[in-house]
Write a protein that binds this ligand. Sequence first.
Ligand SMILES: Cc1cc2nc3c(=O)[nH]c(=O)nc-3n(C[C@H](O)[C@H](O)[C@H](O)COP(=O)(O)OP(=O)(O)OC[C@H]3O[C@@H](n4cnc5c(N)ncnc54)[C@H](O)[C@@H]3O)c2cc1C
Ligand code: FES
Length: 253
Amino acid sequence: MPLLNAIVEKSIEIDNKIFLLKVYSPALTANVKPGQFINVRVSETIYPLLRRPFSVCDVEGDYFYLMFNIYGEGTKILSRKEKGEQLDILGPLGNGFNIDGDFDTAVIVAGGLGAAPFPFFTRMIDKEKEVLSFIGGRSSHDVITYEMKNVSVATDDGSRGYHGNVIALLQNKIDELKSKKIKMFSCGPSAMLRALKTFAIENNFECEVSTECAMACGFGICQGCPIESTQHPDKYLLVCKDGPVFNVKDVVI
Ligand SMILES: Cc1cc2nc3c(=O)[nH]c(=O)nc-3n(C[C@H](O)[C@H](O)[C@H](O)COP(=O)(O)OP(=O)(O)OC[C@H]3O[C@@H](n4cnc5c(N)ncnc54)[C@H](O)[C@@H]3O)c2cc1C
Ligand code: FES
């Protein structure tokens, strides 16, 4: 498993307590695909012990970006990294989104920090396909549209865009969506992914979702990140190795 040395370029607070960490690592940027993640050792001390997984948010030349907000100790330490600090990362990990295929329009559906993988995704797909981005949040403070294209916003409290959740917004646009050859790509809270699964199946839309769970190793050894398979009810898949991206029909969300 590639253990890479990377060098922090800068940490930027973009909006609403969302941080972007810009990191130099030609070894990672040469190989990473949209939807893949890295497992970061945030500190050189024993605490926090476990690495923390983050989607690769964007890639520019030899630099990549992570996007996060502060949940606990790991993200707090990450937000304070300074230019020139070494970062110990494992990656690229996981499968990533399948952006080839028989569709003309990529429909992104993201909730909150589920937006994190999509700047890179948009950069990679934008020249080949149309991209429509549907972004949801509880309020305008939770809506992240950084580097997204053709954005429609939904907020639960109506403080920005459509008043309602992002799946209701998709339902509102169903005629437009059905008039195109679309594939959906999503990341966000489980409740949103569950509702999207129902919506995609009912409307026969192809849909890939990026899932999250607590992780330790990040590459299939510890068995600590199971997700139930719909195809093989007796078997668990591993989010880190078989995912984090799955065809929405293949997993129990
Ligand atoms: C494949 C994958 C990709 C990910 N990509 C990103 C990303 O791009 N950006 C990002 O911000 N996060 C991402 N995450 C989640 C990220 O790994 C966690 O936010 C991070 O580990 C938190 O570490 P911490 O030490 O700050 O918080 P911890 O000390 O681990 O947690 C502090 C508290 O916050 C809660 N918490 C932690 N993470 C989350 C969360 N995501 N949502 C809600 N509550 C949470 C915990 O349950 C705990 O109560 C990803 C996770 C996976 C599995
Ligand atoms: S995190 Fe160890 S197997 Fe997935």
